[in-house]
Design a binder for this molecule. Sequence first.
Ligand code: DX5
Ligand code: ZN
Length: 232
Amino acid sequence: MKSYRIAPSILSADFARLGDEVRRVIDSGADFIHFDVMDNHYVPNLTVGPLVAQAIKPYCRRADGSPVPLDVHLMVEPVDALAQMFADCGADIISFHPEASRHVDRTLQLIRAAGCRAGLVFNPASGLEVLDYVLDKVDLVLIMSVNPGFGGQGFIAEALRKIALVRQRLDAYRQHSGREVLLEVDGGIKVDNIAAAAAAGADTFVAGSAIFGQPDYAAVIAALRAELARVA
Ligand code: DX5
Ligand code: ZN
């Protein structure tokens, strides 16, 4: 079976008990911790900054001590200064929306130079052209299956077609470069649609309300994985 990653979005967690929530979801089988940063400018919502990333970083470990990557999704404009701050505060992966950066190639280089993996995020209406000349500097492509800004929205099915297009590109790229780029999907992922996203080619799945909206996180993550196991 292919390897899949589940990335719970703490946007839907109880922020009054954030450290406990991170620990619980890791004990329940999370592979990444997805951290949504919104600035009330690029998106119409305001969430958390580098201080909160720094505060939860010590919780991003499994019981055996192995680290769980902190997957920071920047919905901010401009990008560069905040990307650097998140890198300094413990981010492992930093993804940004190309529309929000004046110089996408420079931002990718900055994130990598700060020791992080770099990701590009594509909104539902965004085309993929920006990938044409920068794939060598990209470690993750994130396809939005909702418009960014809020948890709990419905999955936009058109994202499946875009995931399939990115899958083709990444497979071709791996053939000649030998390099694996992750393909993550974010927004409205639930037990009843994760298999379709995986079949289209995604390998990493953000889920916020699906997990934190239920009392038993381990049961939801197990149900998500059971669906993934059905995909060839
Ligand atoms: C939306 C965020 C998502 C969101 C996902 O702007 O990027 O990560 O938290 O939440 P659900 O899974 O509830 O759609
Ligand atoms: Zn996100």
